[in-house]
Design a protein around this ligand. Structure first.
Ligand code: FAQ
Length: 311
């Protein structure tokens, strides 16, 4: 026995139609979207840090210009996503407060250090690669503003992925030291990149409901498998080894058998005890404090503008 509005919501989901901000939606649907979209937005904002670490040290003017543009794109993605979350009734200030207070989640991947230039290649190839694999299906998410934001974000991510691939390709065509630097970096980023897809399916509390609501279209493990399938031929082109001794083609399943990431490490990072968690949070808090004068100036300007138009 359900209400007419709930029936209409269920029908829209069943028809693969879209839910828009003014439509009725179950409170749990709204909450889960706010959770996922805000986490995603925070990931983009915190995700600027590992690469901005290299802007001043990029090996050429061209590389520097590309890296600056990529980090700016990430800021832009964060802003589209905060706007999408705002259509669900949560305030930007509230989301920012949660990030600053350390009570919000952001992707585990951004808590790893970037000690070498090759890490810029690995982030583009593996981290943006994983992001695309996860986000292309999100373009069809049932919530309209989220799906539409994803379309634009995915276009930019595919450029990011290619620039990372190209950094690694150039290193692999370089000196033995450069090739070694690329392989060492891929060894460090491979497993954390696989963790971006979330815990294994039998340990993923949100998956079943999010799939029934057509927010998620594929399970965490399914997307992880697809990603590895996409990487194998690209690694061959690069001449890089993927650091998984159990990675083998299974003819019968027509898919790769693969090893498992270290899930204890994943839970440690989620609990705030990863390599760079404390530093990432401190940097975000400092940036927030340093930006106070900009927010004050913008608010003062907006107040004066509205006073002028009222007159
Ligand atoms: N890190 O039940 P599930 C980028 C949490 S790409 C941290 O499976 P769900 C681009 C999860 O939130 C990165 N936490 O959850 C870029 C949940 O916790 P909660 C961002 C994780 O939501 C590239 C709990 O574990 N992309 O930024 C992680 O159904 C380069 C249980 O998990 C997105 O956010 C993790 N890896 O599935 C930027 C994509 N995995 O909330 C800069 C959108 C899981 O119950 C440079 N999000 N958790 O306390 C999604 O697709 C989903 O939210 C999943 C998780 C797949 C991440």
């Amino acid at each position: 026995d359900i209400s007419a509005e709930e029936q209409q919501f269920n029908d829209l989901i069943a028809q693969d139609s879209r839910i828009e901000p003014r439509d009725w939606m179950p409170e749990a649907y709204r909450k889960t979207l706010i959770r996922q979209i805000a986490q995603h937005a925070h990931s983009e904002i915190i995700g600027m840090q590992p690469e901005s670490n290299w802007i001043l040290r990029a090996p050429s003017l061209k590389r520097k210009a590309i890296l600056i543009a990529k980090v700016q794109d990430e800021a832009g993605h964060g802003l589209y996503l905060y706007s999408a979350a705002q259509t669900l009734g949560v305030g930007r200030d509230e989301m920012t407060e949660q990030l600053i207070a350390g009570t919000a989640r952001y992707s585990s991947i951004f808590n790893y250090a970037t000690p070498t230039w090759a890490d810029m290649g690995s982030i583009g190839w593996l981290v943006d690669g994983a992001a695309i694999c996860n986000q292309v299906p999100l373009c069809r998410a049932s919530y309209g503003p989220y799906g539409r934001a994803m379309v634009r974000i995915c276009k930019e991510e595919s450029f990011h992925q290619r620039q990372g691939f190209e950094i690694l390709l150039e290193l692999m065509n370089g000196t033995p030291e450069q090739r070694q630097m690329a392989q060492e970096s891929v060894n460090r980023w491979y497993w954390p990149a696989l963790m971006m897809f979330g815990p294994p399916d039998d340990d993923s509390p949100n998956s079943a409901r999010s799939m029934a609501w057509k927010i998620k279209r594929f399970s965490n493990d399914e997307l992880r498998r697809r990603f590895v399938g996409m990487l194998v031929p690209q690694a061959e082109v690069l001449g890089l080894t993927l650091p998984d001794p159990d990675l083998t083609w299974n003819e019968e399943k027509q898919a790769y058998d693969m090893g498992q990431p270290d899930w204890d490490e994943f839970h440690e990072v989620l609990a705030g005890r990863g390599q760079m968690n404390a530093q990432r949070m401190q940097r975000r808090r400092d940036a927030h404090d340093e930006g106070a004068w900009v927010r004050e100036a913008a608010a003062a300007y907006a107040a004066r503008q509205s006073a002028t138009t009222e007159r």
